[in-house]
Design a protein around this ligand. Structure first.
Ligand code: BES
Ligand code: MN
Ligand code: ZN
Length: 485
């Protein structure tokens, strides 16, 4: 799909389809299509009871007119509209255009600037996403949209929006791959392939090297599986002196059965998505390689499969992590934090100023915030506020949970080892974050995003389809780009 700006008068254009985004109760943008067309369209929309409420979409045939079909898409009340409203609206339109076999359309937005232009490109690319490689039937042979012409938009913004959305789509597809296709070994191969394509450095450590480096926490989680764990380190280095150094860490459980503390069937279903943090890291590195910020960026993934077997790690095991701290295992299903103990220790040794980790870490976070919002945890006020500000623009919902409850912290400091891998039922997302904090090096600013909810969408919504969402990619990339300027 090609997205282009169109600066001239739409009346001079010979595109047969138009998409017009409209605020509630305001059809004025229709006038840009000419007086005859807008009068007919207004009449038809009135008959269809189109009010411009968010999500409302009407197809209006205009036989004999220059524009033969018009799609009116509601944005909702003007004062409530934010950037994500534009993303969702154009995604809704794009899904419909695809279904109707429309190959080219003019898009008119009531407001346009660089940020809205970027959001429109993102929404269009995200909205055209499908994952149908395993469908052998003919229905997948739907026509692709060839060209969107966006009236009065800003061309460079499209480029950035397209790169971001394509990176997010790439992450979504990886998440959607099942455990029999993506396991720790094939995930590492994919990282290498990506690095080659986009000229990144990539180092993969196998199960022997993982043990030799003292990453026994990651190794323990992975040792119950027939497919051994891998540790993946991607690096982007800018030309010239970097302005900053940041590490992005992703939880990479290619499947989480729970291990010996096995999950009931209903809960095990969809656990191929437990690698979403890792997939986001790959998406981020892909976008960074294209956008080339003046920042050194490291992408770290501890890849493992959590399985029950005769070689699996057990409840009661005491394991030494890379930073020397001992972890007692209470529950083998709290495995993500155990793998992240080593990944965060390794990340800290790279001496970055900042670390972001993304992990589908706890069901408790979904209980606290619902399934559409990520939990944010931090040791740095400034860093957290900046991520929250950016997340508002990317539409990736985050909400901060507190880390200052020292009575809660005691719950992971019990038992014979330095830390225990669960802190009980209450405040489960917080005690998990407190566990992670034990492995973040002194003086490093750190943000942890618990993406257990938003990494996966049960239903189609806006620019999401059912399945992996690629949550976190755009927020992290935008943050890194901000460090560069
Ligand atoms: N991967 C899960 C968390 C999860 C649950 C992600 C649902 C997405 C949807 C994690 O490894 C896990 O099993 N967490 C346990 C921790 C508990 C044993 C302390 C949980 O949340 O129940
Ligand atoms: Mn688990
Ligand atoms: Zn897990």
């Amino acid at each position: 799909m090609e997205i282009k700006a169109f600066a001239d008068d739409p009346k001079k254009l010979t595109v047969k389809s138009a998409v017009v985004l409209l605020f509630e109760g305001d059809t004025r943008p229709l006038s840009r299509l000419g007086r005859g067309i807008s009068a007919k369209a207004r009449k038809a929309l009135e008959a269809l009871n189109f009010k411009g409420k968010e999500g409302q979409l009407e197809r209006v045939p205009l036989p004999g007119q220059r524009v033969e079909v018009l799609y009116a898409v509601g944005l909702g009340k003007k004062e409530k509209v934010d950037l994500d409203t534009y993303r969702r609206a154009i995604a809704t339109a794009v899904k419909r255009l695809k279904k109707d076999g429309v190959e080219e359309a003019l898009v008119i937005s009531p407001r346009i600037d660089a940020k809205i232009s970027q959001a429109l490109a993102e929404g269009a690319v995200l909205g055209s996403y499908t994952f149908d490689k395993y469908k052998t039937s003919k229905e997948k042979e739907r026509k692709e949209i060839k060209r969107l012409l966006i009236h009065k938009a800003d061309d460079p913004s499209f480029k950035r929006g397209t790169i971001l959305a394509e990176a997010q789509n790439y992450a979504r597809s990886l998440v959607n791959e099942p455990g029999n296709v993506i396991n720790p070994i094939t995930l590492a191969e994919e990282a290498k392939r990506l690095a080659k394509e986009f000229k990144l450095q990539c180092r993969v450590y196998d199960e022997k090297e993982i043990q030799d480096m003292g990453m026994l926490a990651l190794w323990s989680v992975g040792k119950g599986s027939a497919t051994p764990p891998r540790f993946i380190h991607l690096t982007y280095k800018p030309r010239g002196k970097p302005k900053d150094r940041i590490v992005i860490v992703g939880k990479g459980l290619t499947f989480d059965s729970g291990g010996l503390n096995i999950k009931p069937g209903d809960y095990m279903r969809t656990m191929k998505m437990d690698k979403s943090g890792a997939c986001a890291v790959l998406g981020i590195m892909r976008a960074i390689a294209q956008l080339k910020p003046r920042v050194e960026v490291h992408g770290i993934i501890g890849a493992a499969e959590n399985m029950p077997s005769g070689t699996a790690y057990r409840p009661d095991d005491i394991i030494r992590a890379k930073n020397g701290k001992y972890i007692e295992i209470d529950n083998t299903d709290a495995e993500g934090r155990v793998t992240l103990a080593d990944a965060l220790s390794y990340a800290s040794e790279l001496k970055p100023s900042k670390i972001i980790d993304m992990a589908t870490l706890t069901g408790a976070c979904m209980v606290a915030l619902g399934e559409y919002t990520a939990g944010l945890f931090t040791n740095s006020r400034r860093f957290a506020e900046e991520i929250k500000r950016i997340a508002k623009e990317t539409g990736e919902r985050v909400w901060e949970l507190p880390m200052d409850d020292e009575r809660l912290r005691k719950k992971i400091k019990k038992g014979p080892a330095d830390v225990v891998n669960t802190g009980g039922r209450y405040g489960g997302a917080i005690t998990a974050a407190m566990f992670l904090e034990e492995f973040v090096g002194e003086g490093i600013e750190w943000v942890h995003l618990d993406i257990a909810g938003p990494a996966w969408s049960k239903e189609e919504y806006g620019y999401y389809t059912q399945g992996g969402t690629g949550f976190g990619v755009r927020t992290c990339v935008e943050y890194i780009m901000g460090l560069s300027s």
